[in-house]
Design a protein around this ligand. Structure first.
Ligand SMILES: NC(=O)c1ccc[n+]([C@@H]2O[C@H](COP(=O)([O-])OP(=O)(O)OC[C@H]3O[C@@H](n4cnc5c(N)ncnc54)[C@H](OP(=O)(O)O)[C@@H]3O)[C@@H](O)[C@H]2O)c1
Length: 340
């Protein structure tokens, strides 16, 4: 099979396009013929070694993807062969990511892909949708699960709503009934966040005006902020958060130091929740997978420019260019076409 591998940490040039034997599924695993592989910032961060050191001599990158189950290991229902699936965390603590014609994953990380969704949707879900789900389910007063109506009456602020995770936050929050406000850096991003389903967009670069604009939309304050740039935005979040509101942060884009106004956060009874998918735990991931699958069935998670997430495609042999695009902050979702 054709596969992308790297043996040493480094820039995109460490990625090699090679021929390898098909992997064999171990007990409890499935082998998937990959159609589309999804690229996330964590994939290039893993490749460089900034996120964590590699555990295997040779690694095929990428956590997310979509394809068709082609073989099963002992203990897995053979009826799954031929099933269309979406994959998450394929390369997490394993050497077999989705940037290859075949990958093997634990059976529960290959989730049946509803007929309503194509492989592009399937390959765009994993990291963004599961992270977004967690951000929307950690508030003190719940909900712990998402479904239509679960966020009725709540106001969600998707910081950086035109990013891949921000896009999933908007879509899931909207599906669950929230009023959704997205912050963006300008008109192009505002158009994308609106196409994704945001009711309102606010330019976060407009300082005090941004807080005033959000307060005008939500006079009682925001219930949940899904935050991509904690250091840069904490003052804004504090200015718009309601009492006992939640700031769920999954990144610190820009790397600004985080300065906590302890007194004001105490007065607000703020919940500040940090998130990372790898350590969210099996229970949180399993419920996220179920809810995300229900959202797919409802047609709530479309991708593509018309839905606020332009797709940038690369063939498997050009995976290094796909990494360069993500690293350079490409607008939209970067996909690698594995199956011709
Ligand atoms: N903790 C986790 O489990 C987890 C999971 C997924 C992703 N992440 C991390 O989250 C980050 C985003 O991932 P992604 O895939 O969504 O990337 P992406 O598609 O490149 O989106 C990043 C977004 O951040 C926005 N942004 C940057 N600075 C901002 C600021 N000061 N205020 C508001 N928005 C700002 C950008 O919008 P503008 O261009 O308009 O500024 C852009 O839309 C990455 O660092 C990634 O590693 C963490």
């Amino acid at each position: 099979m054709k596969a992308i591998i790297y043996r040493d940490h480094g820039g995109p040039d460490v990625l090699q396009f090679v021929e390898r034997d098909r992997p064999t599924p171990e007990p409890g695993e499935v082998r998937v013929r990959v159609a589309v592989s999804g690229v996330n910032p964590t994939d290039w961060q893993a490749r460089t070694g900034v996120a964590h050191r590699k555990l295997f001599p040779e690694i095929t990158p990428h956590l997310d993807g979509a394809g068709v189950v082609d073989a099963v290991g002992e203990g897995v229902d053979p009826g799954r062969v031929g099933q269309r699936v979406w994959l998450f965390m394929a390369a997490a603590g394993r050497p077999t990511g989705t940037a290859a014609e075949f990958t093997v994953v634990p059976a529960d990380q290959a989730v049946p892909l509803p007929d309503e969704a194509g492989f592009d949707v399937g390959a765009s879900l994993g990291v963004p949708a599961l992270t977004a789900h967690r951000a929307l389910t950690v508030a003190e007063d719940g909900p712990r699960r998402l479904r239509p109506g679960a966020l009725d009456g709540r106001v969600v602020l998707a910081a950086g709503g035109a990013g891949a995770v921000g896009h999933a936050v908007i879509q899931l929050a909207r599906w669950a009934g929230a009023t959704v406000i997205a912050t963006v850096s300008g008109p192009e991003k505002a158009a994308l966040a609106t196409a994704a389903g945001a009711h309102h967009t606010v330019n976060y670069r407009e300082g005090d005006q941004a807080a005033a604009a959000i307060r005008a939309i939500a006079p009682d304050g925001v219930d949940v902020v899904a935050e991509v740039a904690l250091g840069a935005n904490l003052a804004l979040d504090l200015a718009v958060l309601r009492t006992r509101g939640t700031i769920a942060t999954y990144a610190n884009e820009g790397g600004h130091p985080v300065e906590l106004n302890v007194g004001q956060h105490m007065v607000l009874n703020t919940r500040l929740q940090f998130l990372v998918l790898y350590t969210a735990g099996p229970q949180a991931r399993a419920t996220a997978v179920e809810d995300v699958t229900a959202a797919i069935r409802d047609g709530a998670l479309p991708v593509g420019e018309a839905h606020g997430l332009p797709l940038l495609r690369f063939p498997l042999r050009r995976t290094a260019d796909a990494h360069r695009a993500v690293e350079a902050g490409a607008i939209g979702k970067v996909l690698v076409d594995v199956m011709p």
